[in-house]
Design a protein around this ligand. Structure first.
Ligand SMILES: Nc1ncnc2c1ncn2[C@@H]1O[C@H](COP(=O)(O)OP(=O)(O)O)[C@@H](O)[C@H]1O
Ligand code: SF4
Ligand SMILES: [Mg+2]
Length: 325
């Protein structure tokens, strides 16, 4: 396995108390595989990814337990310089907002080129050639002319392509894309997502795709992990989950996707708000919002029950949920 996150716990020590952002997350990504991580805002998707990438804000963040195995080595046990090397060369991250991730006072060519001069010891001239090739590869029109432009001279979609080019430059084995298309308009979103999926297949990379948009993952993901209050509440191969979710929360997320065939009907929304991580509800954290909640849900934390091969659901009533579609 390329990446295996095991029983990861992350907390934030704040003035108000300890926010339990990640509470025992397990997930894995193989070479060439795409894992989509879903969940409402604040469910711990980014914090988990930051822990994997090694860019968590510490303090206030603290990894209080677990392992992050990458190519069979626990990243949490590496020496700082080795950790930096893995982060710089073997994994890369793509963020939602390219403008704040790219350097505004360096041209795009200089930034791409630096990947090759710093990490590969190339001459500036060769690095520039490679930069133009990369820009071509992410289909930036007139790459040769635009290599000397600054980030603000590109549209949002083109900037996102440049971020993808930066991430791919050193051909890492793992890419983490954290809401990579959220800031773009819908047609551009689809193009950028297609490009990302295409390059991922070509380079046989593992991809973790974080999104709150179930609509975009159906075509690109192999499997899905749904997060709620810092836990994974359902994992599944992508097709099964669309056909029949085994957790009421997943079901709620699916019903809130706009669909053409349901045009005109009111969009379903999960009632209530995600919990305050300083005070996660006892039992099943979802119980205050769950239409299927029973007494046991208020007291007993549901384990991740095995539903079938590759499928798990953290719901005491997963069978009933499957049946009640
Ligand atoms: N730098 C921080 N300081 C304090 N708390 C944080 C910080 N970053 C994240 N958190 C806590 O972790 C929770 C989960 O955040 P995050 O993983 O970013 O959610 P999302 O699923 O939207 O990506 C937040 O709701 C917040 O309580
Ligand atoms: S365990 Fe209970 S509250 Fe939690 S999702 Fe299942 S039915 Fe709902
Ligand atoms: Mg996030």
């Amino acid at each position: 396995m390329l990446l295996e996150v095991r029983d990861l716990h992350v907390e934030f020590h704040t003035r108000e108390g300890v926010a339990k952002a990640v509470n025992g997350v397990n997930y894995s990504v193989a070479e060439g595989e795409t894992l989509a991580v879903l969940g409402e805002s604040g469910s711990g998707k980014s914090v988990t990814a930051q822990a994997v990438m090694g860019i968590l804000d510490m303090p206030p963040g603290k990894i209080s337990g677990g392992e992050i195995l990458f190519k069979d080595r626990d990243l949490l046990k590496l020496k700082p310089e080795e950790r930096r090397r893995v982060r710089g060369q073997e994994m890369a991250m793509i963020f939602q907002d390219a403008l704040s991730s790219l350097n505004p006072v360096m041209t795009v060519g200089e930034q791409l080129g630096e990947m090759f001069t710093v990490h590969r010891g190339m001459s500036r001239k060769d690095a520039r050639t490679r930069s133009v090739e990369l820009m071509d590869r992410v289909r930036i029109p007139a790459a040769k002319e635009r290599v000397g432009n600054y980030p603000h001279q590109f549209s949002g979609g083109m900037r996102q392509r440049i971020m993808i080019a930066m991430a791919m430059a050193l051909e890492p084995s793992l890419i983490i894309a954290d809401e990579p298309t959220t800031a773009l308009d819908v047609t551009v979103q689809a193009q950028v997502m297609d490009l990302l999926a295409e390059l991922q297949r070509e380079l046989n990379m593992g991809l973790i795709l974080i999104t709150h948009d179930l609509g975009v993952v159906a075509d690109v993901a192999d499997k899905i992990a749904v997060m709620y209050a810092g836990r994974i509440v359902e994992t599944s191969p992508v097709h099964d989950i669309y056909q029949a979710p085994a957790h009421p929360y997943t079901k709620g997320l699916l019903r809130s996707i706009p669909r053409l065939d349901r045009k005109g009907r009111e969009l379903y929304a999960i009632r209530g708000l995600p919990p305050n991580l300083l005070h996660i509800p006892p039992g099943c954290a979802f119980h205050p919002r769950c239409p299927m909640a029973q007494d046991v849900c208020r007291t007993d934390v549901p384990p991740l029950y095995r539903v079938s091969d590759g499928r798990r659901s953290a719901c005491h009533f997963w069978k009933e949920t499957l049946d009640a579609r």
